[in-house]
Design a protein around this ligand. Sequence first.
Ligand code: PLP
Length: 423
Amino acid sequence: MNTDVFAVHESNVRRYGRSFPTVFTKALGATIWDESGKTYIDFLVGSGALNYGHNNPNILGPAIEYLSGGNILSSLDMYTAAKREFIEVFVDSILTPRGFSYKIQFPGPTGTNANEAALALARKYTNRPSVMACTNAFHGMSLGSLAVSGSASTRELGGVARHDVIRVPYDGYPNRAFDSAGYIDYVLGDPGSGIEKPAAIILETVQAEGGMNTASAAWLTEIQRICRKHGIVFIVDDIQAGAGRTGDFFSFEFAKIEPDIVCLSKSLSGSGNPFSLVLIRPDMDVWKPGEHSGTFRGNNLAFVTAGAMCKMWSDSQFTAGVERTAVKLQTQLDRLVAKFPNCIEEKRGRGLMAGLKCRSQALVDRVHDVAFENGLLIESSGPNRDVIKILPPITITDDELDHAIAILDDALQEQANDKCRSV
Ligand SMILES: *Cc1c(COP(=O)(O)O)cnc(C)c1O
């Protein structure tokens, strides 16, 4: 397969092309094809941008119709029929059934655009400069989002100072015995803590890039209580964990919380087309008209596909299928954890957002390579890149899931055999 053009012309920054050294052409559902016709099951799904699988016909159908109908594609934040229909569907299928009455802001199309808007709004609303952010957080590649990210290499990127961020321990950091919510509550209330009151706390309910660390319902509920007690804006970055990934539309539904601000992107368009939004508690919507902007706030093709995706959440057969698939995945992963104690330390994540914390990065790298060879795309995550990240499309078929798990099982078996031999 000819990959010369990438090696010669594309920046050294390229990453996934190196770890999956082939040239992809077509995709459908959980399966992608490369130029030689070899198929792979996709457990990477664009880092969570393709929760509904590749080229989902329920989502692409309306898009093809829209494209061939001479309809408007780009419109800043003007009113369009496609945007009106998306808002109506989003309110009817997603917000209202959950009892939410958020205002909707359309920022630029990427996740980090949504986080920047959320952070800016929280700072404006409270008139405070700093925000609390968690250990191992990942929030994106623009300056405000970089500042609140946890990883040292991410924070150093760009070479400029990241002011006004207070790092706090995530649930389970540094270990399960530590009461991180209690710590946050204490330092906020103690005039001697040396920690000023922040505008907001921003967090992910499952830290995907940070190693699939998972916050408990009790911790999230406690963080919400602390935010309300101290008058701090509670922002959930649901960019990767939301839009169905954990089995519910929002990743925090299981905790029965209602964050003040929610950021969505990645799978929000249902199609891999860039699209993001910020949900704002109505009384916090203190933006002046035009105060926050972005050229690509009006991605009408994304309005169409996102609307088609949101409608699926009103279909009980669809939601029951997602729930069943999540249970099946978790059961299979429990089996792998029990089968390979020498390779896997623990299972992490929730729903269809799972991780296998392994004994070493080298082991994960080998599993990755063997799986790729045998037709499965997986990614690693975590500060030490020793967690196998498992993100199947939430619409994956039983056959595809069984096939993928069998490949993973074989790849782990090979490592387990190696280990035995070397002992
Ligand atoms: C991917 C991601 C972002 C950044 O989104 P981009 O579209 O890459 O800017 C922010 N937060 C989380 C949790 C993410 O997974």
